[in-house]
Design a protein around this ligand. Structure first.
Ligand code: DGP
Ligand code: NA
Ligand code: NA
Length: 208
């Protein structure tokens, strides 16, 4: 690990991708890896289903409640907003956050339903900007082990989400082929994180 000269805050590292592409297990492996290198690191995920907003989201995802598309969109966003200050505190204290889904999921999943893209982006403005976005790329047809029972876990819908992610994607995103064996995906993620983020962040301010 290269040394960083500036007084360093933690890095905000986001993993994105379709359902069942391996984000969750890759995220936790990344945390163990960074902890092993002596970096204070935490695993976060959105939606965070533990809060009261998160419980509403969870009920919706489990098809236990019905909500208007824009209403649920704003709840997902609110779930990120309610964690913003804690996120900032942790980063400033030097803790790196590995975040399993963030604003890009918010925009991709709602715009896949046909909600206007710009409208979807608006409530995300002002959240903390990630230092690195890692996209686990896997064709929807190849998703491991098929889908579960939650609301969005259907092939036709995931294909639309993949299209929306493509629209959102910018050149700074690091694309990783998630069809490779788990260990190979992890090795690539580790290398990208070391090369791009921890090595030197140059004190990039926390803003979107
Ligand atoms: P997960 O806990 O990562 O399996 O995510 C639950 C589901 O919710 C998954 O299908 C992705 C979707 N999702 C995650 N974040 C958002 C969001 O902000 N907005 C919408 N509409 N869907 C989201
Ligand atoms: Na899911
Ligand atoms: Na996940």
């Amino acid at each position: 690990l290269r040394a960083c000269n500036n007084e360093s805050r933690g890095a905000l590292i986001v993993l994105e991708g379709l359902d069942r592409c391996g984000k969750t297990s890759q995220s936790s492996r990344l945390v163990s890896y960074l902890e092993g290198l002596g970096h204070s690191t935490e695993l976060w995920r959105f939606p965070d289903r533990t809060t009261s907003v998160g419980q509403m989201i969870s009920a919706y995802l489990l098809n236990q409640s019905e909500l208007d598309d824009r209403t649920i969109h704003l709840l997902f966003s609110a779930n990120r907003w309610e964690k913003r200050s804690m996120m900032e505190t942790k980063l400033k204290a030097g803790t790196t956050l590995i975040v399993d889904r963030y604003s890009y999921s918010g925009v991709a999943f709602s715009s896949a339903k046909g909600v206007d893209l710009e409208w979807c982006k608006a409530p995300e403005i002002g959240l903390l900007a990630p230092d690195l976005v890692l996209y686990l790329d896997m064709p929807p047809e190849l998703l491991k082990g098929g889908y579960g029972d939650e609301r969005y876990e259907r092939l036709e819908f995931q294909k639309k989400v993949a299209q929306c992610y493509k629209i959102l994607r910018d050149p700074s995103w690091k694309m990783v082929d998630a069809c490779q064996p788990i260990e190979d995906v992890q090795k690539q993620l580790q290398k990208i994180v070391l090369d791009n983020v921890l090595a030197c962040r140059n004190g990039k301010p926390l803003s979107l």
